[in-house]
Design a binder for this molecule. Structure first.
Ligand code: TMP
Length: 234
């Protein structure tokens, strides 16, 4: 396996072609941004932690019947994945009110809700990833009805598996973001699951164990990322 030219550089990752058809390499960086790139910084060794955590969680999800793009971890910062066509949606799953939802609906962070919420955002940095509904998705032809049905089913299943897994490790899964891609005509999970893309609170104290420590300048950012990975590896 040989790494070839870089195809794409995002805020937290780089994607490379390889000499094998249909396989890409993803490299996880230490760069951290918030508020659509307005706040910039570095979280030392974040790339290593997010690569390991995504590898571990995508393997867990595959074992639970969720198809993913993940093939194998190559080294500390890189993983081999299937090349997919990313569906330009950020799928947000919320179990407890926090972040932009708490703000938008005037709820206190930590408020329990009667139902798990799935939100869709249009993945477009220039627009700040606006929230959209299914009508917008079909009107803009961002995805087909069957694809959204599969995305909803997978998202709820992933939520169930992750709530249990994090719960057994003394963490509450407050909310998280997923991205899906098209592979051989089917929808599969892509991107990452990490403290960058999920809110995790300590089960006993509600201490924030995720990127909100960076977004909100709460301190102990690096230590917290290490703590989450060490809980997951137990
Ligand atoms: P929000 O409350 O800011 O809308 O974030 C909801 C979840 O989505 C949270 O777990 C963080 C994650 N997220 C991303 O992964 N990328 C983003 O660009 C944003 C805004 C949120």
């Amino acid at each position: 396996m040989e790494k070839r030219e870089m195809l794409y550089e995002g805020k937290a990752k780089k994607v490379y072609k390889t000499d094998v058809d249909g396989k890409y390499i993803i490299m996880f960086k230490d760069d951290a941004t918030a508020f659509n790139g307005v706040k910039k910084g570095t979280i030392v060794n974040k790339g290593i932690i997010n690569n390991k955590m995504t590898s571990l969680l995508f393997t867990l999800l595959e074992e639970n019947g969720i198809p993913t793009h993940f093939e194998k971890m190559l080294n500390d910062r890189e993983q081999l994945v299937k090349s997919v066509e990313i569906i330009p949606l950020e799928v947000i799953i919320r179990n407890v009110a926090a972040g932009s939802l708490a703000k938008r609906l005037g709820l206190e962070e930590g408020t329990k809700m009667n139902k798990t919420i799935i939100e869709f955002c249009y993945k477009k940095d220039e627009l700040g990833d606006p929230m959209i509904n299914e009508d917008h998705i079909y009107a803009l032809d961002l995805a087909k009805k069957e694809e959204i049905a599969a995305i909803r089913d997978y998202s709820l299943k992933i939520n169930e598996v992750l709530i249990k897994y994090f719960g057994e490790r003394e963490m509450k899964l407050i909310d998280f973001k997923l991205e899906f891609g098209r592979f051989e005509g089917k929808v599969i999970l892509a991107d990452e699951i990490s403290p960058d893309t999920a809110r995790l609170w300590d089960a006993k104290t509600d201490r924030k164990l995720d990127k909100d420590r960076f977004r909100r300048d709460l301190g102990d950012v690096e230590e917290t990322y290490i703590e989450v990975l060490s809980r997951l590896e137990k």
